[in-house]
Design a protein around this ligand. Structure first.
Ligand SMILES: C[S@@+](CC[C@H](N)C(=O)[O-])C[C@H]1O[C@@H](n2cnc3c(N)ncnc32)[C@H](O)[C@@H]1O
Length: 269
């Protein structure tokens, strides 16, 4: 690390751990309190939890997530502000950063699950903020999983921050090849027929295209159904994450209702 001259060996190791974790396909970097809070709630296996200001983090936990206070207290490691800012390109303003192991996902088993909930398929999303927002709403609406194709890793730290750590609430997979499944592939595309959410097939794979180019010809040709979210004349398309939200919630209200959501535990924040 540049500027690490005054650090001891354990701090240098910590900085190196975070640097490597950013590129390690088995690990996730959780930047900030909200990502860490959700990771904890959804059972993430944490490796390091680091802060330069334990009081700030505990105050946030008291206000927003009392359910994670005890785990935070036992897991948090305090470092100097100088070390803390070396753990990420931009130090999280909420004063905490962590690493965790990404959960293993068996893709064939996931695709074969009988749950009627749809799977969200993103074809080559470019913006990490969009990717994160898609995962966040998929978790909130209780979709079965998010699968992402293309060059961008949906577990990139910026996408994890954009999803507020909700990657741990449902399977999130970076696909390396085509999806082979008996599920009905539904192209969500401005050129389709108007969405009738009650007619969306059970166990569907809902495919959404890239921000600029939309769905590829291959994916459109492979889809059995092509459907659009109606828009006022003159509007050409919605933002990617907005369209994921619109379709998932239309499906949820039409097909299972908000009561279908798991509401047994309602932690604060
Ligand atoms: C920003 S849009 C891409 C715009 C692209 N120029 C097009 O025409 O598809 C990104 C993705 O959001 C979804 N989307 C946006 N607006 C939509 C709409 N009104 N109906 C259906 N899908 C929509 C589609 O999956 C689209 O590929």
């Amino acid at each position: 690390m540049s500027g690490s001259r005054a650090e001891g060996p354990s701090e240098v190791r910590l900085i190196e751990h975070f640097r490597r974790a950013r590129r390690d396909p088995d690990l996730a970097v959780l930047e900030g309190f909200h990502a860490l809070k959700h990771a904890l709630r959804f059972g993430a296996e944490l490796l390091k939890v680091v802060t330069a200001d334990p009081e700030q983090v505990m105050a946030l936990a008291s206000a927003l997530a009392p359910d994670v206070i005890e785990t935070l207290r036992s897991r948090m490691q305090a470092v100097s502000p100088r070390v803390f800012v070396a753990l990420a390109p931009q130090a999280p303003p909420t004063g905490v950063i962590a690493t965790a192991r990404r959960p293993d996902v068996a893709l064939a088993e996931l695709l074969g699950r009988p749950s009627v909930s749809p799977i969200v398929l993103l074809e080559d999303p470019h913006s990490m903020g969009n990717l994160g927002a898609c995962i966040r709403v998929a978790a909130a609406a209780d979709a079965l999983a998010v699968l992402s194709m293309g060059r961008n890793d949906p577990w990139h730290p910026d996408a994890v921050r954009g999803a507020a750590g909700l990657h741990f609430a449902l399977p999130v997979v970076h696909l390396s090849g085509p999806v082979i499944s008996d599920r009905v592939l539904v192209a969500i595309d401005p050129g389709g027929d108007d969405l009738q959410p009650e007619r969306l097939p059970a166990r569907a794979i809902l495919a959404f295209g890239a921000e600029r180019h939309g769905l590829s010809d291959e994916l459109l040709a492979a889809a059995r159904v092509r459907t659009r979210i109606p828009m006022r004349p003159g509007v050409s398309s919605l933002n990617l994450a907005t369209s994921v939200a619109a379709v998932l919630y239309a499906w949820r209200f039409a097909c299972s209702g908000p009561a279908g959501l798991s509401t047994a535990e309602r932690p604060a924040g």
